[in-house]
Design a protein around this ligand. Structure first.
Ligand code: HEC
Length: 181
């Protein structure tokens, strides 16, 4: 009997030790994912800024314009949004794309209620960047604003526009990362 009690206590200690070890490990994994998503968002944003400031501005001077149908148009290169989506299309391990409250295309609409809720949180200025669990995925969004009037103008006059009164400074959507949880 005493022997059994001893084994019981040892088993209990082992289980507690196991739980004690697993909890911080779980937390560490969560933190790593959180950081990874934040770094990816920051890098994607930086790449787009370089594309806008470094490539588009220079190309415009040479008469090459950013156009949505750039593949078919002469003297045209992709839009910044298409640039981000094109990078995302090259990635297999996670999803990198754009999302909007009034998206021009359905593919840019929030995919879940949680995404809608987080987009709303960004739109009212409660945060610039959010990370969150959503079903079996871990996601992050970085807010996107009409930093120049050109953002608003093009979106307002696009044939697929549902909102036609964007102004400079308005919240337009976000860069989004979706990865396996
Ligand atoms: C010349 C037109 C044009 C300009 C300028 C432009 N966009 Fe867009 N934007 C688009 C198009 C077209 C899409 C959809 C691309 C796609 O999904 O293939 C898009 C997509 C987006 C999306 C994804 C949600 C949606 O509406 O579909 C966001 C967010 C966005 N743009 C923000 C911006 C911001 C911020 C700027 C300025 C820095 C900007 N755009 C400048 C045409 C433009």
């Amino acid at each position: 009997m005493r022997k059994h009690a001893k084994i019981g206590v040892m088993a209990g200690i082992a289980v507690l030790f196991g739980i004690g070890l697993l909890l911080p490990l779980g937390q560490a994994a969560e933190m790593t994912k959180d950081l990874a998503v934040k770094y990816i968002l920051a890098t994607a944003k930086a790449a787009r800024t370089v594309y806008v400031k470094g490539v588009i501005q220079k190309a415009k001077k040479g008469g090459v314009m950013p156009k949505e149908n750039w593949v078919k148009a002469d003297h045209a290169i992709m839009l910044p949004a298409q640039f981000v989506k094109a990078i995302g299309a090259e990635i297999r391990d996670f999803e990198l794309t754009l999302i909007g409250t009034y998206p021009l295309y359905k593919s840019n609409a929030p995919k879940t209620d949680k995404e809608k809720e987080m987009l709303e949180k960004l739109s009212v200025g409660k945060a610039k960047m959010v990370t969150f669990e959503d079903g079996n995925q871990f996601k992050g969004m970085s807010a996107d604003f009409a930093i120049v009037q050109g953002c608003a103008d093009c979106h307002n006059t696009h044939p697929k526009a549902v909102k036609k009164d964007f102004k400079k400074g308005d919240f337009m959507g976000a860069i989004i990362v979706r990865m396996k949880n």
